[in-house]
Design a protein around this ligand. Structure first.
Ligand SMILES: CC(C)(COP(=O)(O)OP(=O)(O)OC[C@H]1O[C@@H](n2cnc3c(N)ncnc32)[C@H](O)[C@@H]1OP(=O)(O)O)[C@@H](O)C(=O)NCCC(=O)NCCS
Length: 178
């Protein structure tokens, strides 16, 4: 796993279009995300092949951050890679002293919801018919990052300390993962 660069744009967009056939971001949107000082994108690459990517948006000095997107290539799903990407983003949010992480997820995406619930995210609201053209609701989820970090650190026997730390869809209001 490594931090994404603009050189990854082509491979990321191929996976983006395969993963989100009805609401893929445009090249321009993804380029802006990858280049943003507020962003933190990581790629899961094996032998030069992109198997997944994920992105966080955490504005400098803000206490909130958003999971912008996360995807694993279809043939590589179900082996822990999605969770590893998500945790990488959460660790970066902790390094940035974020306290709350938000995301939006499609109501018809139980696999992603189960991943988020199992990491400690809780549903805090719903945006009716948020994903168009599919007409699907968004669930809004929130994670108490300090609680998450404390529990991962204790699960790792304290060895998991963070250095320096004590949908997608049509909108850009953060956490728009589908
Ligand atoms: C959601 C996604 C990123 C998960 O990645 P993954 O590598 O397949 O998931 P992992 O193997 O890390 O599994 C993490 C958890 O997800 C859930 N999960 C994974 N596959 C599942 C399945 N087939 N059915 C139900 N839950 C599943 C489980 O809770 C699992 O935890 P467990 O293994 O302890 O039971 C991946 O399925 C994906 O890319 N989906 C398409 C794009 C997408 O929907 N992105 C999310 C946008 S919000």
């Amino acid at each position: 796993m490594r931090r994404a660069t603009l050189d990854d744009l082509g491979a990321i967009m191929r996976l983006e279009r395969a993963s989100f056939p009805t609401d893929a971001w445009s090249d321009a949107m993804m380029r802006e995300e990858l280049g943003s000082p507020h962003g933190w994108y990581v790629v899961d690459e094996v032998a030069g092949r992109l198997l997944g990517y994920a992105g966080l948006r955490a504005v400098h000095n803000a206490k909130d951050a958003d999971i912008q997107t996360i995807t694993i290539a279809e043939e590589s799903r179900g082996r822990g890679r999605g969770r590893a990407l998500l945790r990488e983003l959460l660790h970066e949010a902790a390094r940035r002293h974020v306290t709350d992480v938000f995301l939006e997820v499609r109501a018809d995406n139980p696999v992603a919801q189960r991943l988020y619930l199992s990491e400690g995210f809780a549903e805090i609201g719903r945006k009716p018919r948020y994903y168009q053209p599919d007409d699907v609701d968004a669930l809004v989820m929130r994670l108490d990052l300090r609680g998450w970090h404390a529990s991962t650190a204790s699960a790792a026997g304290g060895a998991d300390a963070v250095p320096g730390a004590a949908g997608r869809a049509q909108a850009w209001d953060g956490g728009v993962c589908s």
